[in-house]
Design a protein around this ligand. Structure first.
Ligand SMILES: [Zn+2]
Length: 351
């Protein structure tokens, strides 16, 4: 699962990507832990991680996955090193540091609370760690964070406690209920409809993964049964013209994570990724990084790789960054400010 390094871009487009303030809408907290911090947390708690006998370089090599099973094993091994509120705060602050370095001002970050509750971590500990990390992210790095608590779809019994924690977490920035895990008809969406209806009635957004490992029917289910406000991935929608039309008419945003898609083998190469066709179909698309260190990427790297692969000009790059803001759930006043800042950067660099 190694990712190709970014092809060279001309200085204007490189600089524009670096300078544009942006939002990141599809990013998993537990999938964002850099090897250095993962190793420090493992040592703190006397745990081991795949490849860590050779130190941080060995661990970094183990971050290059051969298959989805290896990815999940690393994800869970890292999760097992998170025990105290301080551990959760530490990974949040480190994530904010990396986001700030790429000029991300607002991120909607997915977190899977039951992974940790199942290991014996109290819900209050999770919320305290996220609250502390979020406050420090704002104070130390100028990054606003919001949380999406997600349900793992083959663990039905965890749905209700996830929603309960999400509702409790609204005061520390939870804005949505997510839905991830094995996307397959074997684990249907319909049983979760009442939970998502309640979440929406309580002001949370419905933010399921769909159209990644399964096709258009899965996206329809996310829309009809979960009332999806945005779709995580959605890249397989093109197989159904009626679905494309539905998504286009309603401008339901897709959070597209190209390198992650390649990493799990959905498409053989970026040149064959459907992103240009999604854009040509008039769909609402933003770029995101999913689990950046585990797919050897970052949000700016996604912009660079796509700009190079699809020959995007400055306007097209700026349009994607604009979408990230427009499709976010940040307050309206913050959106207006960020859009104005983007326009100023574009005007300064592209006149
Ligand atoms: Zn994801």
């Amino acid at each position: 699962m190694s990712a190709a390094s970014s092809p060279a871009l001309d200085p204007l487009r490189s600089r524009l990507i670096e300078r544009l303030p942006k939002a990141e809408l599809h990013l998993h907290l537990e999938g964002s832990v850099e090897p250095e911090l993962a190793l420090a947390l493992a040592r703190k708690h006397g745990k081991s991680l795949p490849g860590d006998a050779d130190g941080v370089e060995g661990l970094r090599r183990s971050y290059v996955f051969k298959d989805f099973g290896e990815f999940v094993r690393m994800y869970l091994a890292i999760s097992a090193c998170l025990t105290e509120a301080d551990d959760f705060a530490a990974i949040v602050v480190d994530l904010a540091r990396k986001l700030a370095a790429e000029n991300v001002r607002h991120a909607e970050v997915t977190f899977t609370p039951m992974t940790h509750v199942n290991r014996g971590v109290a819900g209050d500990t999770l919320l305290a760690g996220l609250a502390e990390g979020r406050a420090r992210a704002r104070a130390e790095h100028g990054v606003e964070l919001a949380w999406v608590f997600d349900i793992v779809r083959h663990r039905f019994a965890e749905g209700a406690p996830t929603l309960a924690l999400a509702l409790e977490g609204r005061e520390v920035g939870v804005i949505g209920l997510g839905f991830a895990g094995p996307e397959s008809p074997e684990w249907p969406t319909a049983p979760y409809a009442p939970l998502f209806a309640r979440a929406r009635a309580e002001g949370l957004r419905s933010l399921p993964h769909a159209g990644e490992m399964d096709g258009p029917e899965s996206v329809w289910n996310a829309l009809r049964e979960l009332g999806a406000d945005r779709i995580g991935h959605g890249v397989r929608c093109l197989a159904d013209p009626a679905l494309v039309e539905h998504l286009r008419e309603r401008q339901i945003p897709l959070e597209v994570c190209p390198t992650s898609n390649l990493g799990i083998g959905l498409f053989p190469a970026l040149a064959e990724h459907p992103l240009p066709r999604l854009l040509a179909a008039g769909l609402a698309v933003s770029l995101a990084s999913d689990d950046p260190p585990m797919f050897a990427t970052s949000i700016n790297e996604e912009y660079r790789r796509c700009a190079a692969a699809f020959a995007w000009d400055a306007e097209q790059i700026a349009a994607l960054a604009r979408n990230s803001v427009l499709h976010s759930f940040m307050p309206e006043a913050a959106k207006v400010r960020l859009l104005a800042e983007q326009a100023a950067v574009l005007a300064e660099l592209h006149t």
